[in-house]
Write a protein that binds this ligand. Structure first.
Ligand code: CA2
Length: 163
């Protein structure tokens, strides 16, 4: 695993665990409670726990953040650069189809990201079929339900090993 190095007070090099960030956009805090035909019955808490367990096994630091406020998500993306986050897993939810501001924030920090959607946005209403993120993403997983997050994580863990 390609770990970042930091210099301690004594000048020794200490290995830092790589940092990953999972971002979820508006209304995804409601997962598991409504619209199971589109979004399944697993809660966001369940998804975050599964991601945290897998990351722990792989000795990677993983933090999950969800917001219903666009500015809060943008601030979290800005902070990610300062924190040295290597990769982001992002479900922008409805902002997928509207937010130049979130797109610009990701471009500004330059952190590579995987775009994840629970539902297959290409099989839904026409307004969901355009994403402001897909052309900037490393890749897009759409329609594989909650497993999409874990598949994205697995991909990034492999990538960290070969970086
Ligand atoms: O399929 C996805 O993951 C989406 O990003 C989910 C968004 C939707 O606007 C995108 O087009 C596709 C909606 C998230 C709303 O989540 C809810 C969860 C439970 C109940 C109601 C909404």
């Amino acid at each position: 695993m390609a770990k970042q190095k930091t210099t301690t007070k004594t000048g020794a090099k200490a290995a830092l665990r790589p940092r990953l960030l999972v971002l979820n956009g508006p209304n995804l805090n409601l997962l598991g409670s409504r619209e199971p035909e589109h979004y399944g019955s697993v809660t966001l808490e369940d998804i975050n726990l599964a991601l945290a367990l897998r990351a722990e096994t792989a000795e990677v630091d993983l933090e999950s953040f969800q917001s219903n406020h666009e500015g809060a998500l943008i601030e979290r993306i800005h902070a990610a650069r300062v924190q040295g986050v290597r990769y982001i897993i992002l479900n922008p939810a409805a902002w997928t189809h509207t937010s130049v501001a979130v797109r610009d924030a990701l471009a500004a920090v330059g952190i590579p990201f995987v775009e994840v959607h629970l539902s297959n946005i290409h099989a839904r209403e026409p307004f969901r079929q355009h994403s402001y993120f897909s052309d900037r993403a490393i890749g897009v997983i759409s329609g594989l339900g909650h497993q999409g997050y874990l598949l994205a994580l697995e991909y990034l863990l492999n990538k960290l090993n070969t970086d």
